[in-house]
Design a protein around this ligand. Sequence first.
Ligand code: ATP
Length: 244
Amino acid sequence: MAAPILAVKDLRVAYGKVEALHGLNIVVPAGRIVTVIGPNGAGKSTMLNALAGALVPNASATGAVLLDGVDVGGYPVEGRVARGMSLVPESRDLFTTMSVEDNLLLGAYTRYKRGEKDYAAQLDDVYALFPRLRERRAQAAGTMSGGERQMVALGRALMARPTLLMLDEPSLGLAPLIVKEIFRVIVRLKETGVGILLVEQNARAALQAADYAYVLETGGVVLEGAAADLANDPNVIATYLGLN
Ligand code: ATP
């Protein structure tokens, strides 16, 4: 098994006095896709926000978040990005009046702050993954289709040269063909050695792409295992795969 790029130990998150995550243990090896599936309200977004250091002001988190062996639990968002963690939020959060290319360049902000000034190679890599973004590089991001906006959000995260990429519902609201395209890129990314933590409502697509999976329900992991095994588990089929 490859070395873990992310190890989460006993992560507890509370909103005020209400605990939303009850001690989560999750591992993401380098070059693997690990997915977390579960129903609405299970705590998937809470987990990603806590890992990224982006919890809302009244929320608190305890436990260890080891990124490449270093506990970044006390780091602000930027410090985590600088150490290799990138989150693509569900909302995609693009600057809609700015061009596609300027949105991508914003992803290199932490590298810029460290004094790096040359992003051409990384930009080329992103355009190689998403040729459509090269064609549309000067177009305002807000005028792109839903699938293209997801590509910009993914590309922007890659501009930071992450070692751990966290994806919140990348397939949300996208047509099946576009979902296929996005997942094809996610699998290609893992082949470059990036560790990927994938949160999805589309359990079927997630289990197909992932190596390992956790099922999260009401703030706790109720099942985990090889993604292929979970895809054949009668409970998982009945609860998460039966209807789609
Ligand atoms: P969804 O897929 O619907 O986004 P989820 O699995 O991501 O669901 P979370 O959004 O993480 O689940 O929610 C987990 C629990 O924490 C829920 O009970 C939710 O009501 C609660 N929660 C989430 N955000 C807040 C907040 N800002 N303040 C208080 N409670 C919150």
